[in-house]
Design a protein around this ligand. Structure first.
Ligand SMILES: [Cu+2]
Length: 197
């Protein structure tokens, strides 16, 4: 009798563990679906660019939206020296609008590779700068006055609607060669070209 009861208790305990595991899986998948965006399933390789950006948490998944807004002068980097969110994923054709909070002094938005540039730094709240991202790829940018403090950001433009950079055939290893993300964006370019052509 007591052996039987022990068996039942063991079975119940197992069920409880399974239910807990399933619930945990569900909540982590659907948590926090707000304006800030869910976490992209696979983090792009920013090649260390955001290493000293302390408000960079993860890439906020804003794919499928026509317009995305990023704060200039959000909390971060020992003051109001952050882009919020620091990293976002968007679909090609998305217009990103940076909106100045008015905090943290003068800021600007300057692409690492010259793709976009908001001009001289300004402080005024409500200032906006926008750029439409048609080409897939990783775009790194910074605020010139506060770049050394970590006021930097990244826009990951991808036509992929499911996973992230490593959801394709090529397995992404953790090495630091940096060639994989370039390969990835080239592949995406080709894919998009085929689709359009
Ligand atoms: Cu700044």
């Amino acid at each position: 009798m007591s052996t039987h009861r022990r068996g039942v208790l063991k079975a119940l305990a197992l069920v409880a563990v399974l239910v807990t595991a399933i619930l945990a899986g569900c909540t982590s998948g659907t948590a926090d679906e707000g304006a800030a965006g869910l976490q992209l399933p696979n983090e792009p390789d920013y090649k260390g660019y955001l290493d000293n950006t302390d408000n960079y948490d993860y890439t906020h998944d804003m794919r499928g939206q026509e317009a995305v807004t990023i704060e200039v002068g959000s909390k971060g980097n020992m003051g109001d020296y952050g882009f919020g969110p620091a990293a976002v994923a968007v679909s090609p054709g998305t217009t990103v609008t940076w909106v100045w909070t008015g905090s943290g002094g003068t800021h600007n938005v300057v692409a690492d590779e010259g793709t976009f540039n908001s001009g001289p730094p300004v402080a005024e709240k409500g200032t906006t700068f926008e750029y439409t991202f048609d080409k897939p790829g990783v775009y790194r940018y910074a605020c010139e006055p506060h770049e050394a403090m970590g006021m930097k950001g990244a826009i990951f433009v991808t036509p992929d609607q499911s996973g992230g950079p490593s959801s394709g055939a090529g397995a992404e290893s953790g090495d630091s060669s940096g060639s994989e993300s370039i390969e990835y964006s080239v592949n995406r370019h080709l894919e998009l070209g085929h689709r359009l052509g």
